[in-house]
Ligand binder design. Sequence first.
Ligand SMILES: [Zn+2]
Length: 75
Amino acid sequence: MNMDPQHWCLPVYDGRVHPTVKFHYFATEKSLCGRHQHDIDFYETSMQDCEISFSSDEVCKQCLKRFLNLEKSLP
Ligand SMILES: [Zn+2]
C-alpha cells in the first residue's frame, strides 16, 4: 500500500512544530481527523521531508483510520 509519506505531516502551530504530536494526514490544509490545520505548501514537516519511514506508531490513529477507509473506497 502506498502510504504517501509526503502527505503525513507534523502539524504546525504558530509557526512551530509541536514536539509531542504525531504525524497527521494532510491531503489539504486540514488534517483528515479535522484537529489540525496548516499551510502544507509552506511548511515542510512531512515524513518524506523528515526522512522518517512510515510506522503506524508515529501517526494519528484517527487520520490512519480515515486514510485506510479512503483507500478501501477507491476502485
Ligand atoms: Zn490526525
